[in-house]
Design a protein. Structure first.
Length: 60
């Protein structure tokens, strides 16, 4: 398993677009993603993905 997932990976796992994830984050419907200090890219852990699945009511 991967340690970190990109926003593109998470969008695919949840079955939504990356834009949808960003909109949810901006509307504070989901927690903000962690940021890589070197390039400022968003990344998610396995635990983050499980939380997002619960919040968005996607199948676990």
């Amino acid at each position: 398993m991967k340690k970190h997932y990109s926003i593109k990976d998470v969008a695919k796992i949840l079955g939504v677009s990356t834009r949808t994830l960003l909109n949810w984050e901006n509307a504070k419907k989901i927690p903000q993603a962690k940021r890589d200090p070197m390039n400022n890219y968003r990344y998610y852990s396995e635990q983050d993905i499980n939380k997002l699945k619960k919040i968005t009511r996607r199948p676990l």
